[in-house]
Write a protein that binds this ligand. Sequence first.
Ligand SMILES: N[C@@H](CCC[C@H](N)C(=O)O)C(=O)O
Length: 305
Amino acid sequence: MSDQAPPPAPIPFLKGHGTENDFVIVPDPDGLLELSAGTVALLCDRRAGVGGDGLLRAVRCAAHPEAAGMAAEAEWFMDYRNADGSVAEMCGNGIRVFARHLAEAGLVPAGDLAVATRAGVKHVHLAKAEPDGTPGEITVDMGPAVLPESDGIEVAVAGHRWPARKVDMGNPHAVAFVDDLAHAGDLLTPPRVTPATAFPAGVNVEFVTEVGVRQVAMRVHERGSGETRSCGTGACAVMVAAARRDGLDPRATGRPVTYTVTLPGGRLVITERVDGGVEMTGPAVIVARGEIDPGWLSGRLARGR
Ligand SMILES: N[C@@H](CCC[C@H](N)C(=O)O)C(=O)O
C-alpha cells in the first residue's frame, strides 16, 4: 500500500461574460477554498491562467463570514474579486453572470432570486429564453445611486482633463463627460483622479459621450482590472450622472427614466425608478466549464507565479 497522499482534487471552474466583461467563476458552496489575492490574480491572468476581468466565487451565505448575516434573505454570496486579486463591493455584470451560473446549475429556481454581495442583497430577475433558445436577459435591482456633492473632482489622462461627478453604486465611480471617447487614450495606465482624498479606496473611472436622446456611450477604466469592455455598476453610475446632467430626477418628477448605455462589449438598458432604485438589464452567458489543475496552481504559487 502506498503511503503517498492522494493528488489534490481538480478545482471546477466556469468562464462567463456579460457584455464582454468576463469572469472566472469558482463554485465553492461550502467555502472550503483558500483564494488568496495571488491565486485570483494568477487565475485571471490571460496568458498564464484562465483569464478574466475578475473572479466570482459562489459560496453559500451560511458558509462565508462576510455573508452569514444575509443568509435569511439570500442563499448565495457573490464573493467578487478584481483581476489583480483585490476585493470589491459589487459587480453589475458579474451578478448577472453569477445568476446565470446558479440557474443553469439548477441551484436556484428559474425566475427571481436574491444574491448577497458586499454591497448588500440584490434582487435579480431572469427572463425566459427566446423561442429560438437565446437565453433571456437578466435584470438586477442595483439599489439607489448616491451622488454626493463632488465639486472640484477632476479626471486627467492622455493629456486631457475633465471635471467629474462622484457616484456611488455600492462601489466608487468618477464619471467624466467627454467630447470624444478616443480622448481617453489607450487607458493602459489608470487615469489621475483629484483630489485623491475623494476616493481613498481607489475608483472606477467612466468616460461618457452622448449619442442620442437618453442614449450614451462609454469607456471605463476599472479599479483593480484596467480598461474592460463593460462595467455594469459603471453604466448605472453613468446613467444617473447623465440623467442629472439632462435635468432629470425621477424622485423629483415622479416619472422613471430609462437610458441605453453602449459599451465596447455591448449594450445595457438602465432605468432609474421613482423610488430612486436603479434597474439594469443585459445579457449574461456561460461559455465554458473546466477544471483547474491543482498541481499547476500550487506549483506556480510556490514559485511566486
Ligand atoms: N465590472 C464590474 C465592476 C467590478 C468592480 C470594480 N472594478 C471595483 O473595484 O469597484 C461591474 O460590472 O460592475
